[in-house]
Design a protein around this ligand. Structure first.
Ligand code: HEC
Length: 191
């Protein structure tokens, strides 16, 4: 309810993601403790979702009902040193949450949507929603059957190059091109 109210208020006021309240934290993004990250996420969450959904993107509208795969957002480094939090759809959640390595493939139809936000000089700004979709063999052979897309913080589709995303992701060879959240924040990792 709280989020619904905040979103409604923002819409009524005509406030876009950029005009949202400042969400701040002191210190280096890599070193923030869990409580500080949680507070930051709490602050930016409604503006982030409002922004992603502003352009009518279907995945942006759906992913918050998927399975969250980490206990909180975390900074891995790649993806512009942003805080990242990944959601998996019904087709992909069970397999993704195994964080398996080795010879396996995500089910066709699996989708992963990853929220991002970045702390610059102590103030957080929403980053893109990054998306991977597993397609049937023959549809994206050169990218290990993954299609990469992204939604800008204002809800518009982001122009990306499949090879740019895939060049890095295909390096996770024994993980079906998945990077996975940092170990300490993985759901079910016991920490
Ligand atoms: C330089 C390497 C690199 C590039 C380039 C890159 N990624 Fe990632 N990506 C990662 C890493 C590492 C992770 C796991 C980090 C995390 O989630 O904490 C990840 C995670 C993801 C996830 C969550 C699923 C997973 O792999 O566990 C999605 C979705 C994603 N990236 C989409 C994209 C898209 C779309 C692009 C292109 C616009 C892209 N990535 C470019 C390294 C990269």
């Amino acid at each position: 309810m709280k989020h619904a109210l905040v979103i409604t208020a923002a819409l009524v006021l005509g406030a876009g993601a950029a005009a949202a309240q400042d969400c701040t934290a002191e210190g280096d993004a890599f070193d923030l403790d869990a409580d500080a990250v949680a507070a930051l996420y709490d602050c930016i969450e409604s503006a982030m979702v409002e922004g992603y959904t502003a352009g009518g993107n279907e995945i942006a509208a759906a992913y918050r009902d998927w399975t969250v795969t980490s206990t909180r957002p975390a900074v891995a480094g790649p993806h512009g040193e942003r805080f990242l939090q990944t959601f998996a759809n019904d087709a992909g959640a069970e397999q993704y949450l195994k964080f398996e390595t080795g010879d396996f493939e995500m089910p066709v139809g699996s989708m992963l949507a990853k929220e991002s936000f970045k702390l610059t000089d102590g103030t957080a700004a929403v980053g893109p929603l990054f998306i991977m979709t597993k397609v049937a063999e023959g549809e994206a052979d050169e990218f290990d059957n993954w299609v990469y897309t992204a939604v800008q913080p204002n809800g518009e589709p982001m122009k990306i190059s499949q090879s740019f995303c895939s060049d890095c992701h295909s390096g996770f060879e024994d993980q079906d091109s998945l990077g996975y959240p940092l170990e300490e924040v993985r759901v079910g990792a016991g920490g």
